[in-house]
Write a protein that binds this ligand. Structure first.
Ligand code: COA
Length: 142
């Protein structure tokens, strides 16, 4: 877990998101870092020598977001590890609904974790998104 208020963590999270979302995907920086960063739980993936790899956040609304892996580390399971950690964190917080706004190109990635797309495609920061929710687990049979 990483803390937005800890300068080293905040610098690492900001650097990853700047590279992936601002530079690569052209998201305006003022939209990328927002007020929810203060109140979210952040996850940070670093290499053994503290090199930057990836990040994600879980907002107080139950929304998972800012899922990012630096380009050179993609396709080797790090995004899946971050998503698994985010789901563990979200389940521990007992949100009524766990959801995310998926960039449409990444919908298949989230489907692997049980998320289901609902509603129409919408624009966020100039990128097509779709809301996806995680159905609640069935009550165990007694
Ligand atoms: C989406 C992202 C976090 C995935 O991270 P990753 O480390 O590459 O993911 P993984 O290596 O764990 O991939 C797991 C599986 O999902 C698939 N996958 C990964 N990204 C995908 C995508 N964008 N669309 C569809 N499938 C995807 C992989 O092919 C892999 O499948 P495989 O096991 O059959 O090979 C990464 O591509 C990323 O940072 N993209 C740029 C930022 C972004 O768009 N974030 C999503 C915002 S909603």
């Amino acid at each position: 877990m990483a803390h937005w208020k800890a300068p080293d963590d905040r610098q690492a999270l900001t650097a990853i998101r700047r590279k992936v979302f601002v530079e690569e995907q052209q998201v305006p920086e003022e939209e990328e870092m927002d007020a929810f960063d203060e109140t979210s739980v952040h996850l940070l993936a670093l290499s053994s020598d503290s090199g930057l790899i990836g990040c994600a956040r879980i907002m107080p609304t139950g929304q998972i977001g800012r899922m990012a892996v630096l380009r050179e580390f993609r396709g080797s399971g790090i995004g899946s590890l971050l998503m698994t950690a985010a789901l563990t964190q979200a389940k521990g917080q007992n949100f009524e609904t766990v959801f995310l706004h998926a960039q449409c190109h990444a919908e298949a990635f989230y489907t692997r974790f049980g998320f289901i797309a609902c509603g129409d495609v919408f624009d966020e920061a100039g990128i097509a998104h779709v809301r996806m929710t995680l159905p609640a687990s069935p009550m165990p049979l007694s």
